[in-house]
Ligand binder design. Structure first.
Ligand code: NAD
Length: 347
């Protein structure tokens, strides 16, 4: 049997609850299929309060030896500014391990009612994850003075843009063969025009894939008005970040939105996490929906070569929601939803 070694970073708030849920499901699906071991790291805002760091100096080196990283959610704005928690843990991991493809599926699970009339959509959103608007390049001068200046520079490299678009084309080729590239090239005349040009260059290599170019504002409207027309969507770091919260909304809420941070060349571990954050408003109440986290677990299994287990987890999630379990916020407890998924797995 294949053995997988996994690093767990439950993080803050509901991140801890949903990680626990995902690992319970992992234990159930592993039976007879594969073996695994986990090592849990307490890196979180609480850890920051105690140590002054979100993770130790050698945190990246420590994680490098694992087959995959599973993360709950990080952030506790009452004690640590979000800019510190994000830039101290999540973003460094994504960048250090070249997890440049952030994959987020958006479709309605059986039994789940979204806010739209449309229900037959199945979108795979691919967000660039290491550069663009979140490159971290910038600075502030004359802080606190009348002439204060803040500059934040978007960084788009040929290598970075080409590889994320190529990843998108490969995904589209294996799905419904349509790719939508999202930019704002009417207003951003350097980076986004460049992105459009690279899209056109690559399109020539994938004649079986049809390509649409859309501006982010029109794309936001389309995801509400006609999401069923979309297949693979590729967007920059910022645009992908925003669009995937919209994607989460149309699929019933953040409790259903899964996410994988993939290093496609497998030179370093990939990281799997739900789209949602630590949800301080419901932390400790046992009402967080673990489905997004369990779906992210399925993405991890797929990446680890356990396609059969991944499929089993997805079917079990859908068997639970088809029975009406976990389909609305607060309807069932985190534990009950997890138990229903495990029962469906073991049925
Ligand atoms: P959030 O995703 O934590 O919560 C937004 C809303 O959705 C809240 O009302 C919350 O109760 C609800 N919600 C989220 N997940 C849910 C679930 N599984 N089940 C039921 N309801 C759910 O976003 P936020 O409030 O903007 O951020 C809270 C903290 O999380 C911040 O510190 C933020 O920086 C952080 N954050 C972390 C990540 C991450 O670790 N990947 C992602 C987003 C936000």
């Amino acid at each position: 049997m294949t053995h997988h070694s996994l690093a767990l970073i439950p993080g803050d708030g509901i991140g801890v609850d949903v990680t626990h849920a995902a690992i319970e499901v992992l234990a159930a699906v592993a039976k007879g299929r594969f073996t695994f071991e986990t090592k849990t790291f307490p890196w979180s805002c609480e850890y920051y309060t105690e140590t002054g760091r979100m993770m130790p100096e050698d945190g990246i080196d420590t994680l490098r030896g694992f087959d995959a990283i599973y993360l709950g959610a990080v952030g506790w704005p009452d004690t640590v500014p979000d800019s510190v928690s994000l830039h101290g843990l999540l973003l460094p991991i994504r960048k250090a391990f070249n997890q440049y493809a952030n994959i987020r599926p958006h479709r309605l699970l059986e039994g789940v009612e979204g806010p739209l009339k449309a229900d037959g959509f199945d979108i795979l959103c691919i967000r660039e994850n290491t550069e663009g608007e979140y490159s971290g390049a910038g600075g502030r001068v004359h802080e606190g003075k009348d002439n204060e200046v803040a500059v934040e520079t978007s960084v788009f490299t040929r290598a970075g843009v080409e590889r994320i678009l190529r990843f998108g084309f490969e995904q589209a080729r294996n799905r419904r063969k349509h790719l939508t590239s999202v930019t704002k090239s009417n207003a951003q005349k350097y980076s986004m025009v460049f992105w459009d040009e690279v899209t056109k260059e690559l399109a020539a290599e994938y004649p079986e894939v049809t390509v649409s170019h859309m501006h982010i504002d029109a794309m936001a409207a389309k995801m509400v008005m006609a999401p069923q027309d979309l297949d693979v969507v590729v967007a920059s770091n910022l645009f992908g970040d925003i669009l995937t919260d919209l994607g989460a909304a149309i699929q019933g809420g953040l409790g259903f939105a899964a996410s994988a941070n993939i290093n496609p060349d497998r030179s370093a571990p990939s990281m799997f996490e739900p789209v949602h954050g630590s949800a301080p408003d419901i932390a400790g109440k046992n009402i967080a929906n673990p489905i997004a986290a369990i779906w992210s677990l399925a993405q991890m299994l797929e990446h680890l070569g356990e396609a059969d287990a991944a499929e089993a987890v997805l079917s079990a999630i859908e068997a639970a929601t088809a029975k009406g379990i976990g389909i609305r916020p607060g309807l069932n407890s985190t534990e009950d939803i997890t138990a229903a998924v495990i029962a469906a797995l073991e049925a």
